[in-house]
Design a protein around this ligand. Sequence first.
Ligand code: GLU
Length: 478
Amino acid sequence: MKTRTRFAPSPTGYMHIGNLRTALYEYLIAKSTGGDFILRIEDTDQKRFVEGATDIIFQTLKRVGMNWDEGPDIGGDFGPYIQSERRAIYAEYAHKLVELGGAHYCFCAHKDEEDENGDEPQTHAKLKDPCKLIPLEEAKRRIAAGEPFVVRQNINKKGTSVFHDVVYGDIEIDYDELDEGVLLKSDGLPTYNFANVIDDHLMQISHVVRGNEYISSTPKYNLIYEAFGWTPPIYVHVPQVMKDAQHKLSKRNGDASFQDLVAKGYLPEAILNYIALLGWNPGSEQEIFSLQELEKCFSTERLNKSPAIFDINKLTWMNGCYIRNLSADEFDALAQPYYKNITTSINTKALSAALQPRIETLNQIAEQIDFLQQVPDYDMELYTNKKMKTTPEIAHLALQLVLPTLQKVTDWSNDNLFNVLKEVAISNELKNGQILYPVRIALSGKETTPGGATELAVILGKDESIKRIQTALQKLNG
Ligand code: GLU
């Protein structure tokens, strides 16, 4: 049987990292076995409708290169792929399930399925629904007469349910622990607990990957499969993505979604690579994987059940690797938006070349280049540097020596400038640092810069560099 997996997000308006990881594992299970990856939008909770949220799902998956074989936008043989468009299908199967004895009509809780606390109304607590006793013919008459109703699951079994999960092994849950929850709501829409079963079956899904919070409800889904005489899919429950040992990675922390991370200067490819390893290991020391490489080596046996802790430092390190692996042009293109507020004429190619090896997230560009617009107001003590053997006096001398030399330079390249300044040092019996360090401070007003003195000079261009050295000399005179 062909592997068919599905990513079934609810349109919440952002892509939680845990959801993206689920999508990735679904995608990899399909692609590593020549199967199909299906996108299904689970929008039956109309109260939570967010405008534009489906587009965010599409864009995120496309941005990381996870293309789907069937989905709302491209169709497929098993559509529609948006749950709110499958209303008639759920109604048909809900009524069938009642006929088969897997569910019953309930009239007393239509006001609704949950109270304010999200709990089921007391009358329906486990197996005690009085509506279960209403004869089917009578229930049908009441429905035909227009009485609002819900379809509620029957849990008639006793004892223990056992099912297998690829990650967690055999799982046992007592039937007593399951509630007879609503499957079809009074508005005619299904709950997740019903829709997931119907859709996964009708869409011929072979593997279901989802968060381990769904484990406890899985016996209920299995009862529905059983009532219809269907085979359940292979279950792959994955541990939650945690911020630390106690807390889930939550939207409130501001770094829980793909969108948050991209806004902070992380590359989509690096994010994807990092989350692949949050709960899966390749069985080797290799850490950097492209999506294509993951497709080749992924296997569900290497998924693990220990909680996956999201380590932003590790992601930052990995992002740095990805930044360094970009071609110069690719990096320059990504860096351009960060340069747009600089009005002085600068050599952005040289700037990008200086930045690329030095940053780990794109957002670090901003703090590296703040001096380009203007030299910050700095203290003369900045010229004192033990390692470079400089003081404000030496800096004064160095800049006086450097200025006329630089004014004469025509080949304003890093190599040439470096040779010229080295020459100034040698002929004046100074150390290289005693020339280069003061020039760097004069050009930037900062101790840490994206590159050394001559790189900065190339970035700023000749006119601006000369101007800054003249200003520094004035300061040192004063
Ligand atoms: N819509 C569900 C969610 O976003 C999907 C769970 C599943 O994959 O079955 O949590």
